[in-house]
Design a binder for this molecule. Structure first.
Ligand code: AMP
Ligand code: MG
Length: 412
């Protein structure tokens, strides 16, 4: 049985970023750039005013003050989007709006609050520095500048930069298509009627959500019943996708056919069983470059294995380099017994007081009890060699709930 660390290393060795695809900017947020973006232009494209005011020659207004205003004749009003007609000559000014083109001859803008206009003449009642309130052509971006590097995870401001250099489409890493295959004679879909002995195929819904949350494209397949034939043909269909997640059928029961089906399909089986709880029966295989995760059937085990192994793999395919969830250090609030010789991932609740985290177990750690994961914020990493996480000691906690520390009150 391999360790958790060996399992994740073996898996990630087989995974690389997918090819690029061109997407519209409206679809690009959160995606990873597969090209470097140089600018072919200047932003802003022309000198323009940062204020509503008067475009002037600094020489004309440098001595201006409340008691010694400079008086200038007004040539025109320049609106944003318009092109000025007149050159600002000594003794003149043009009224200008924010974002409008600075007229030739002018070098400075005096804001409207420091002026008084009557009968085509304006009194400038306050001086300012040379170039005040002028946004220079190219001050944000100059031609040839690399504005975003390949590998960049695009955020809203980046999308705006792309738009401002005229890119309405960009090359980003493809999203992996992830087949979700549930195995089990006992399974019924969420809208079905349960007959005696049956349960809802909740794993398919959980995993579809988890895949989507990780940035992949979930493709739920029909439930495969517990026979070697049906498991094999379902797997054969499933491996047409970039990644396959199956649940169930990987234990040592009489009706667990996944491993045999993998072998019959000629899949390379890298490992079966990891020294962890929950999720010990995990198996991982490859068919050419397609990844196959045989997740355990128990709902908690399946989702924990998703977070530990599948999510980092999907993130690498998506082009991310930060593959793993954040980890914080926290103080244990009450004794938590853990399994000897297995790395135990304890579902837990985190709280924060004065910048320090405290952590407690969510209660039952049965791998069938999904509500324990639903209630929790993350997973304590219970070291393999320990049997108890004693009250007061420090542990490392994988944070899974990104909203756990969002603020209820406005912090500003
Ligand atoms: P197995 O690994 O197939 O022996 O399944 C282990 C446990 O997980 C059993 O209690 C199954 O009923 C349950 N299980 C298997 N597949 C699913 C599924 N798709 N949704 C919910 N529970 C499941
Ligand atoms: Mg089963």
């Amino acid at each position: 049985m391999i360790s958790v660390h060996e399992a994740v290393s073996q898996i990630l060795e087989t995974v690389g970023p997918l090819a690029g695809e061109r997407v519209s900017l409206f679809e690009a947020s959160g995606r990873v750039l597969a090209e470097a973006i140089p600018s072919d232009r200047e932003v802003p494209p022309f000198d323009n005013s940062a204020m509503d005011g008067y475009a002037v020659r600094w020489q004309d207004i440098r001595q201006a003050g409340a008691d010694t205003p400079a008086e200038l004749s007004v040539l025109e009003v320049i609106q944003a989007g318009a092109v000025p007609d007149k050159t600002v000559a000594p003794g003149t000014a043009s009224k200008i709006m924010t974002g409008a083109v600075l007229p030739p001859g002018a070098d400075t803008v005096i804001r409207v609050e420091d002026t008084h206009e009557t009968d085509g003449r304006v009194l400038i009642q306050k001086s300012n520095e040379l170039g005040a309130n002028v946004r220079a052509k190219g001050e944000d971006i100059h031609p040839g500048q690399l504005i975003l590097e390949k590998g960049r995870v695009l955020r809203p401001a980046d999308i705006g930069l792309l738009a401002s250099v005229g890119r309405s489409f960009v090359l980003v890493r493809q999203r992996p298509r992830v087949a979700i295959l549930s195995t089990g004679d006992e399974l019924v879909e969420a809208d079905g009627t349960l007959r005696p002995g049956q349960i809802v195929n909740s794993n398919a819904y959980t995993l579809a959500a988890a895949v989507q949350d990780a940035g992949g494209l979930p493709v739920p397949l029909e439930i495969a019943r517990d026979s070697l034939d049906e498991t094999r043909s379902a797997l054969q269909e499933a491996v047409r996708h970039d990644v396959v997640l199956s649940t169930g059928g990987v234990s040592v029961g009489d009706f667990d056919f996944v491993k045999a089906a993998m072998d019959e399909l000629g899949m390379q089986r890298l490992f079966w069983q990891v020294a962890q709880r929950p999720g010990k029966p995990l198996t991982f295989g490859l068919l050419k470059e397609r990844l196959y995760f045989g997740l355990p059937g128990n709902p908690v085990s399946a989702l924990v294995c998703f977070y530990l192994y599948v999510r980092p793999s999907l993130r690498r395919m998506l082009g991310h380099t930060r593959l793993f969830p954040p980890v914080v250090s926290a103080t244990v609030s009450e004794d938590i017994p853990i399994a000897r010789n297995l790395t135990e991932f304890v579902r837990c609740q985190l709280s924060r007081h004065d910048g320090q985290y405290a952590v407690r177990s969510t209660g039952t750690q049965s791998s069938g009890v999904l509500s324990s994961l639903s209630l929790g914020h993350g997973l304590i990493i219970g070291p393999r060699e320990q049997t108890l996480l004693s009250k007061g000691t420090e542990v490392r906690v994988i944070v899974l709930d990104g909203d756990a520390f969002a603020n209820e009150e406005a912090p500003f």
